[in-house]
Write a protein that binds this ligand. Structure first.
Ligand SMILES: [Zn+2]
Length: 263
């Protein structure tokens, strides 16, 4: 979700959930807020997004780039099925776009959109692209969209009597609610960075080269040391990723044999 989201792309994606859901008629938040319900909405919105991009000539414009993204994503999704077995049957879908307003985002249930322009602007290698994708996949398997909506309901129980679609819109556009959700959003970004790097490392990508993605993000950022409302500062993300990578790359201590201690 919010993977890189809560990048503008993800925010826009979530906003579109409202438009699609309203077409189907409002459902009160009082109904159980489940992963299945949130994912079903997201799948519908994603289909609308993809169709709109296709109609505008902005969907999967370069077959080689889409193939590259899907090849890297496939290994990560296969690893996610091993690390998070309860997500193994989720219907993942990955597309690329030339839409300049996108960078990369994920939606509940496994719908991912990656900007070719963003990947090319940062000159991402395959391992750095793997980190970008793994961050998005982590948002999905950790059910961050669902948890954000649950937190909003907990903060303001009055939402339970209103349409769910209105809440989905509010978490992206209601300034007061967004301010109260900001700590959760920032925590989710850090969690997706951490879980994403672990996922990609489990899939076989070298941790220290994965972490370099955040260095490129920091260099490309106009405000590398400033937190935004829903994202930690790029410099902080790079620092955390590098520290985790160093830990993962460190050799595992081999216990000294008891016989050696007895000499
Ligand atoms: Zn994110």
């Amino acid at each position: 979700m919010q993977a890189f989201l809560s990048l503008p792309g993800q925010r826009a994606a979530l906003a579109q959930i409202l438009a699609l859901a309203l077409l189907a008629g409002p459902e009160a938040c009082a109904q159980p807020l489940t992963q299945e319900r949130v994912a079903a909405q997201a799948a519908g919105v994603y289909a609308v997004r993809v169709a709109a991009l296709d109609a505008a000539g902005k969907l999967d414009p370069a077959a080689a780039f889409t193939a590259r993204v899907r090849r890297v994503a496939a290994g990560l999704i296969a690893q996610a099925a091993r690390d998070y077995p309860d997500t193994a049957a989720w219907p993942w879908e990955v597309h690329a776009t030339t839409d300049p307003d996108q960078d990369a985002d994920s939606m509940a249930g496994g719908k991912i959109l990656v900007s070719q322009a963003y990947v090319e602007r940062l000159e991402l290698s395959d391992v750095e692209l793997a980190m970008l994708l793994a961050h998005e996949i982590a948002h999905v398997v950790l059910r961050h969209n669902l948890h954000e909506l649950e937190q909003a309901l907990a903060l303001d129980p009055a939402w339970a009597g209103r349409p769910l679609e209105a809440l989905v819109d509010a978490v992206d556009h209601d300034a007061a609610l967004m301010a109260r959700l900001a700590p959760l959003n920032v925590a989710q970004e850090m969690e997706a960075d951490h879980a994403g790097l672990l996922l990609a490392a489990h899939a076989g990508w070298p941790p220290e080269r994965l972490a370099r993605y955040y260095h490129k993000m920091m260099r490309a950022s106009g405000r590398p040391y400033l937190d935004s409302d829903d994202h930690p500062a790029p410099a902080r993300r790079w620092q955390a990723a590098r520290a985790l990578a160093i830990t993962l790359a460190a050799p595992v201590p081999v216990p000294m044999p008891v016989s050696a201690l007895q000499r």
